[in-house]
Design a protein around this ligand. Structure first.
Ligand SMILES: [Zn+2]
Length: 451
């Protein structure tokens, strides 16, 4: 199968951040075979099985979102105004209430929403994440996936008491390992399983050490939430007498293969620990801003700490993440010129690929890479004039402007429509599942926040 896109503007995100006007991309056997001026490529690849006219269109790499909980769309309309109390008061308790079927319904909707938003790769970590693997396979997206393990007594934690349970640990860890055995490298390599303990306060030393040992043994990457709240800092001092970053490092869960989600509550020594670890940060500026926090990513980048972008949960328009990345960096630094658009585009694509060890495979529009691409129609309200296609992308584009998305050269969104799933069925099923789960949540906890 071969495909040629002509007459488009190409945002390559290559080493020089080249933008090619009147450009073409030739895709063959799932990979990008050539990129260049239309006038050169059109005659050379006139025999392509399919030719798409890209006039007025912009082609760029698919977004790589390095922090996701797709099933947490369960909390859409529940957690946005709940503050950080939602972590112990909603997220963990819901894990004891929601069924696998409900989680699947809601998470499937989110995977589809993200795909429609140009996100071709996600790092999905969640309780029961294994339930999504068949849907990821059929939808056609690329996903790094991990069971978000914990061994803390959840109902005790909601009351600020911390007890760790060996039986729970065994069950959770066993599920995570089994998921890796069943799915790592499957779906044509599009599914990569990771070891992803949720966070430090919900993990005993035994769970974190076992996670590292399994990751090394099975060749899996790792991820964990770090630096997400003052409560986390206080609890870690109380339980371990050290910071979350020190604890994660000492347990082997802060290493070069680790994606650390958030990192917005950090002491100076934590930044040193992070820099020394070679781990990367999944910056989730949209969610963090809702929670009243801004990660110091300009400082991280000046210290050589790799930063990529994640949407986290509940939200579905990934372009809002790019805008939030600009806005919060400028508020935090007081500078209206930090975090320029080409840099943000790179964080949303190439930096995410590198954080997942995929820098040679995805993240830019360059010959030899896998054809994970999105194409936006710029001849729409909000995107004209196109004096600078990168600024238009970062400041003015939305999910609704994404016309075509492909992964491994397979077109999954075309003419603004999902090709590999039924949007209306996903919406109906997710709505029903969320209502059922919340009915049981309220019955068990007496309200929408467990205390
Ligand atoms: Zn998270």
């Amino acid at each position: 199968m071969s495909l040629l896109i002509t007459n488009a503007t190409i945002l390559t995100v290559d080493a020089e951040d080249r933008v090619i006007r009147d450009g073409a991309v030739y895709v063959r056997e799932g990979r990008i075979a050539a990129v260049g001026p239309s006038a050169e490529l059109e005659p050379r690849y006139a025999g392509a099985a399919r030719v798409l006219d890209g006039t007025g269109k912009v082609v760029l790499p698919g977004f790589v979102s390095t922090h996701n909980h797709v099933g947490y769309t369960l909390f859409r309309g529940r957690a946005e105004d709940a503050g950080l109390g939602c972590v112990t008061g909603q997220y963990f308790p819901m894990a004891t209430v929601a069924s696998r079927e409900e989680r699947l319904a809601v998470g499937s909707l989110t995977y589809a929403e993200l795909l429609k938003s140009g996100v071709t790769t996600t790092l999905e970590m969640e309780e029961e994440a294994d339930v999504f693997a068949p849907f990821v396979e059929s939808l056609g997206v690329r996903s790094f996936m991990g069971i978000m393990t914990y061994d803390v007594d959840v109902d005790a934690m909601a009351k600020d008491e911390f007890r760790y349970d060996a039986a729970l640990r065994g069950a959770q860890f066993g599920q995570a390992v089994e998921f890796a055995q069943d799915w790592h490298g499957k779906a044509g390599g599009r599914i990569q399983v990771m070891m992803t303990p949720n966070m430090t306060i919900s993990s005993s030393p035994e769970l974190l050490r076992a996670s590292r040992e399994a990751a090394d043994r099975m060749g899996l990457r790792t991820s964990i939430h770090l630096g997400w709240g003052e409560y986390e800092v206080e609890v870690m001092q109380r339980l371990r007498g050290q910071t979350s970053f020190e604890y994660a490092r000492d347990m082997g869960m802060l290493a070069a293969d680790t994606v650390c989600a958030h990192c917005y509550v950090v002491g100076d020594s934590d930044t040193d620990v992070l820099a020394a670890s070679k781990a990367s940060v999944a910056h989730c500026p949209l969610m963090n801003a809702v929670r009243g926090h801004i990660a110091p990513v300009v400082e991280y980048r000046s210290r050589g700490i790799p930063v990529s972008l994640g949407i986290d949960n509940m939200f579905a328009d990934h372009f809002e993440v790019l805008r939030a990345c600009v806005n919060v960096a400028r508020i935090r630094t007081g500078s209206a010129t930090v975090m320029q658009c080409p840099e943000v585009l790179r964080l949303a694509t190439m930096a995410g690929a590198e954080a997942l060890g995929m820098g040679m495979e995805i993240g830019s529009v360059e010959p030899g890479k896998r054809a994970d691409l999105q194409m936006l129609d710029y001849r729409r309200f909000g995107l004209t004039p196109t004096l600078d296609p990168v600024q238009n992308l970062v400041y003015h584009a939305h999910s609704k402007d994404v016309e075509m998305v492909m992964v491994d050269g397979n077109i999954l969104v075309e003419d603004f429509e999902l090709k590999t799933a039924h949007a209306s069925a996903l919406i109906d099923d997710a709505g029903e599942a969320a209502e059922a789960a919340w009915e049981r949540f309220v019955a068990k906890y007496g309200g929408i926040l467990a205390r």
